[in-house]
Design a protein around this ligand. Structure first.
Ligand code: PEP
Ligand code: MG
Length: 592
């Protein structure tokens, strides 16, 4: 019997292989006391282990830079700095001298203390950094104990699904993407740094699987579906068929990518639908274009900042924004202002612990409180407007005042640029993300101050249903087809139409066939999704008819439950569209 484990999608794609667990845990360190005359030798040994770790991390950084580019490579900087952290180095040396412990034992103790200090915060960003701290600890301890790296996967030659409690950027950089076909972890989130690296390399990944690493067996067969955040262990014939179909469909699509990219994105009855890509890192722009993106509907600019020790300066940001704008000449590029907070925080901003980070100091709230940091971004974006159709999008807006304050800051920066004779496009558009029920309910007011709306369903679902988007236990409750969400989409779209402004959806639901069908039926005809989903989405768009979508959306709007919404959509979309991904996930029975 197959076993299904549901977590969260972290990197698109579907893959099949044999499980290989990575025991990247802290090795057990024997308690040994040394003689006085061994003290200096142990201190030297510690320095040697640090030098080896530093060198290895630099090597991984260089390899990542070569493979993916400078932004991804910088993910290693905090760890490289940590190697020589005063608190860690002096503390360990003192333990060696004062308590006559071996270097390994003294270092282990010191790291436990540092970890305890960090653990007092509830900030998920610091918790993400703890992962880096742990990685470094394992690396140095292994060296001190003379143990080899457990990542020697070379012998098997089989397609491997790597399962671990959690991963780290340095582990990902060591994996060979030709052999490791997918990743699955107990912990981690889509925004964990290793997940960003996995996405950039196109390795499917599922996170937040609870205790998967303890439930799997070495060598067990597994299917990883990074599109919906699921792994299937010991797949039975039925699973194999479903996934084999799906995989060959994806392969066909991959083979046809160039051809599909050239096709027009219109429904069977002639309604154009703008399909754009969501971008986390500039390096993805090429892939987005190749997959047929008609522009970038959401550039999550905060990934330029997260994981850094210092803020990227104006020129560095400008270059990143400009390069994306130039890659999409003639198409719109929506740059979202830093959405920091929640689970994304750079180490250089002092972040007090927050009980509920997603209900806390996040997105536009941070920006308005940190004008110095914010102005640098605004100037960089304004300069980039000279190189394409760059639009500016404000995250997590709750009310008009926030938009007015952002606009006022923009105007001040515009004045500065004019004074300095720096070119920018005066006619750029400023829009808001609709991500909270407050914004959805107040959309008519917001429409008076915004040039467009972009509905972020990931957050809108989270805040509407009070379901944490990162909590694996609640994965089944995180349902974008809940009637309350459908009604908000409908009402926001209606308000936008009445105000004559564009409305689009850039949350993950738009990448699902039924989600896209619903949006089209609600006359939301601009969608932005992760680039790997674009070819399939375009095929869906070209198969459906807007009249059928409208009819199904009307039924969905009258539905009492999420299940009824899904049934109405599945019934309306027709039987040529593959709905296997929905079965089980949200209890859709049609087609099962
Ligand atoms: C969203 O909330 O739907 C969205 C697109 O933004 P993010 O996932 O980056 O929060
Ligand atoms: Mg959001």
């Amino acid at each position: 019997m197959s076993v299904i484990l549901d977590g969260f999608p972290a990197s698109e794609g579907i893959a099949w292989g044999r499980i290989r667990t990575i025991p990247w845990g802290v090795p057990s360190v024997p308690h040994e006391v040394i003689e006085d005359d061994d003290i200096e030798a142990q201190i030297a040994l510690f320095a040697e282990a640090r030098a080896a770790a530093r060198e290895r991390l630099r090597e991984l950084k260089a390899r990542t830079q070569e493979r993916l580019g400078p932004v991804e490579a910088r993910i290693f900087d905090p760890q490289i700095l940590m190697v020589d952290d005063e608190m860690v180095v002096r503390g360990t040396e003192q333990y060696i001298r004062d308590t006559k412990l071996t270097a390994a034992r003294a270092f282990e103790w010191r790291m436990l203390e540092v970890r305890a200090q960090w653990a007092r915060t509830a900030n998920p960003m610091v918790l993400d950094r703890m992962n880096d701290l742990e990685d470094l600890k394992v690396r140095i301890l292994r060296h001190l104990l003379g143990q080899r790296d457990p990542l020697d996967l070379s012998s098997s030659g089989e397609a491997l699904v790597v399962v671990a409690s959690n991963l780290t950027p340095s582990l990902i950089a060591q994996l060979d993407p030709a052999q490791v076909v997918a990743l699955a972890t107990d912990q981690g989130t889509r925004t964990s740094h290793w997940a960003i690296l996995a996405r950039s390399q196109g390795i499917p990944a599922v996170v937040g699987l609870g205790d998967a690493s303890r439930r799997v067996r070495e060598g067990q067969e597994a299917i990883v579906d990074g599109r919906i955040g699921r792994i299937v262990l010991d797949p039975d014939d039925r699973d194999q068929n479903v996934y084999e179909d799906r995989r060959s469909q994806i392969r066909r699509l991959e083979a046809e990518v160039d051809e599909v990219a050239r096709l027009e994105s219109v429904t069977a009855d002639g309604q154009p639908v703008a399909l754009r890509a969501n971008l986390d890192l500039p390096v993805e722009a090429d892939n987005a274009r190749r997959h047929g993106a008609a522009g970038i509907g959401l550039f999550r600019t905060e990934f330029l900042v997260v994981g850094r020790n210092s803020m990227p300066d104006e020129d560095e940001q400008y270059e990143a924004y400009r390069s994306v704008a130039e890659s999409f000449e003639g198409d719109a590029v929506y740059l979202r202002l830093f959405d920091l907070g929640g689970d994304k925080f750079p180490s250089f901003i002092h972040m007090p612990p927050q009980e509920n980070p997603f209900l806390g100091w996040r997105a536009v709230r941070v920006l308005l409180d940190e004008p110095e940091l914010f102005r640098v971004q605004l100037r960089a974006i304004l300069r980039a407007t000279a190189h394409g159709d760059v639009r500016i999008m404000v995250p997590l807006v709750n009310d008009v005042e926030e938009v007015q304050r952002v606009r006022a800051l923009l105007e001040e920066e515009e004045d500065g640029l004019r004074r300095d004779g720096v070119p920018f496009n005066r006619g750029y558009k400023l829009g808001v993300m609709i991500e909270t029920p407050a914004a959805a309910l107040d959309a008519a007011e917001l429409a008076r101050h915004a040039d467009f709306f972009s509905i972020g369903t990931n957050d809108l679902v989270q805040y509407t249903l009070a379901v944490d988007r990162n909590n694996a236990r609640l994965a089944r409750l995180f349902n974008p087809f809940h009637p309350s969400v459908v009604r908000q989409l409908h009402s926001v779209a209606r308000v936008a139409r009445a105000a004559g402004i564009e409305v689009s959806v850039c949350g993950e639901m738009a990448a699902t066939s039924l989600g896209a069908f619903l949006c089209i039926g609600l006359d939301i005809t601009a969608l932005s999704v992760a680039w790997p989903a674009l070819p399939e989405l375009k095929k869906v768009v070209r198969e459906v008819r807007i009249e059928d979508a409208r009819r199904a959306a009307r039924k969905a709007l009258a539905a009492a439950t999420a299940h009824d919404v899904l049934e109405a959509l599945a019934e309306g979309i027709g039987d040529t569209i593959d709905l296997s991904a929905y079965i089980g996930r949200w209890n859709l029975s049609v087609g099962s």
